[in-house]
Design a binder for this molecule. Structure first.
Ligand SMILES: *[C@@H]1O[C@H](CO)[C@@H](O)[C@H](O)[C@H]1NC(C)=O
Ligand SMILES: *[C@@H]1O[C@H](CO)[C@@H](O)[C@H](O)[C@H]1NC(C)=O
Ligand SMILES: *[C@@H]1O[C@H](CO)[C@@H](O)[C@H](O)[C@H]1NC(C)=O
Ligand SMILES: *[C@@H]1O[C@H](CO)[C@@H](O)[C@H](O)[C@H]1NC(C)=O
Ligand SMILES: *[C@@H]1O[C@H](CO)[C@@H](O)[C@H](O)[C@H]1NC(C)=O
Ligand SMILES: *[C@@H]1O[C@H](CO)[C@@H](O)[C@H](O)[C@H]1NC(C)=O
Length: 320
């Protein structure tokens, strides 16, 4: 009798643990569902090769369900672009697929949902250069991203990783030592861009953290991880020898595929490109003026699969 009571208590304990513990249990997650922009779109190959969700699915033995689309912002209401935004396109695609039964294998308890967004929201053509819907600020774009968690939770999702913005001011496009590139060729003060970008990424990430901390206790039974892409990329920038392993000198200021344009030149021109090839490519933090390299993507993938399986707590804070 005592043994039965004990066994029941232990079982109840496990059930309680898995419901109330912080973060998913090791081995719990089997499916990875990704939302975001070109940093996560597995078809656009913005790193010139394989993207992090594909590496993460291999590392973590996850089935991958990719919804991220290159060029996306959180919402076209706020920062309008022709690309498929999270709220007007990616979420509707997900809900349509869910409704027609093609996502039947996604059980809430063994599925984790990720969002990595913001690069285009704060970038050229939007907040940085004033192209957003009048009156919209980084408070709105970040609130939108955090609202993705709530929207997914309301539809039944329970496990989340929210990937914050990298220090975009260290990309070739937004650094003070920038050159005219396919992303921007008109006159600008690169120092001012870099300062403003740092303001946007750091304040945006702080807003996201505070909002997620406030949201987490209200979503019962959810596990929400804040993945600190910002610190990870800052560390790769500061200590590349820990992450980059190519055969060229380590390089965090240039790019695998760096193309210099003339001032005012059409951005659809090819530019004058310098390309690293073969194993030299793994020496670079950036693939081009805006995107991480394949080696940086491998680092992100390993970190995400490790934190999801609780092999590591590096770069993640489980808020619930
Ligand atoms: C975008 O605007 C439409 C129309 O006002 C509104 O129905 C929708 O909820 C808005 N979406 C977001 C993400 O704010
Ligand atoms: C289900 O919906 C998704 C998204 O609209 C679509 O891509 C897919 O082809 C549909 N599948 C079936 C079996 O209808
Ligand atoms: C660019 O902006 C920086 C910071 O505001 C300023 O110090 C510098 O003088 C500006 N450069 C030019 C060429 O205007
Ligand atoms: C660098 O390390 C990754 C694993 O992170 C490996 O897949 C890749 O082949 C390595 N690159 C080189 C040039 O050795
Ligand atoms: C980094 O790469 C760029 C090409 O994008 C090159 O011009 C630069 O010399 C490299 N820097 C170092 C330190 O190798
Ligand atoms: C670039 O375009 C701007 C605005 O049209 C013009 O003021 C500037 O002189 C042009 N510079 C060059 C180098 O063509």
């Amino acid at each position: 009798m005592l043994r039965q009571v004990l066994a029941a208590a232990v079982l109840a304990g496990y059930a309680l643990l898995s419901t109330f513990a912080v973060g998913p249990a090791p081995g719990q997650i089997k499916n990875l569902v990704t939302f975001g922009d070109s940093y996560t779109d597995i078809d656009a190959h913005a790193d010139g090769g394989i993207m992090w969700p594909v590496f993460a699915a291999q590392d973590g033995n996850f089935d991958l369900f990719p919804f991220a689309k290159s060029g996306a912002t959180c919402s076209n209401n706020l920062t309008s672009r022709s690309a498929p935004s999270v709220f007007e396109s990616q979420l509707p695609s997900y809900f349509a697929a869910k409704a027609n039964g093609s996502l039947a294998q996604l059980k809430p308890e063994d599925t984790i949902y990720t969002l990595w967004i913001g690069t285009n929201d704060v970038g050229v053509g939007e907040l940085l250069t004033g192209g957003q819907t009048p009156g919209v600020t980084v408070v709105d774009t970040v609130t939108c991203a955090v609202n993705w968690v709530k929207t997914m939770y309301d539809s039944g999702a329970r496990n989340f990783i929210f990937q914050n913005m990298i220090p975009l001011e260290t990309t070739p496009l937004y650094s003070a030592n920038s050159w005219p590139s396919r992303y921007w060729t008109t006159q600008r003060n690169t120092t001012e861009w870099s300062i403003f970008m740092k303001e946007l990424t750091t304040s945006g990430n702080t807003i996201a953290k505070l909002q997620l901390q406030a949201l987490a206790p209200t979503l019962h039974g959810a596990h929400i991880g804040l993945f600190d892409s910002h610190s990870l990329f800052a560390d790769m920038f500061a200590r590349p020898q820990l992450y980059l392993n190519g055969t060229a000198p380590l390089n965090v200021t240039g790019a695998v595929h760096a193309c210099v344009f003339q001032l005012n030149e059409s951005t659809s021109d090819p530019g004058v490109c310098t390309d690293a090839t073969g194993t030299d490519q793994d020496s670079f933090l950036w693939f081009d003026e805006l995107h991480p390299s394949v080696q940086a993507e491998r680092v992100v993938a390993k970190a995400i699969s490790d934190v999801t399986h609780r092999r590591s707590e590096n770069w993640i804070t489980w808020l619930s």
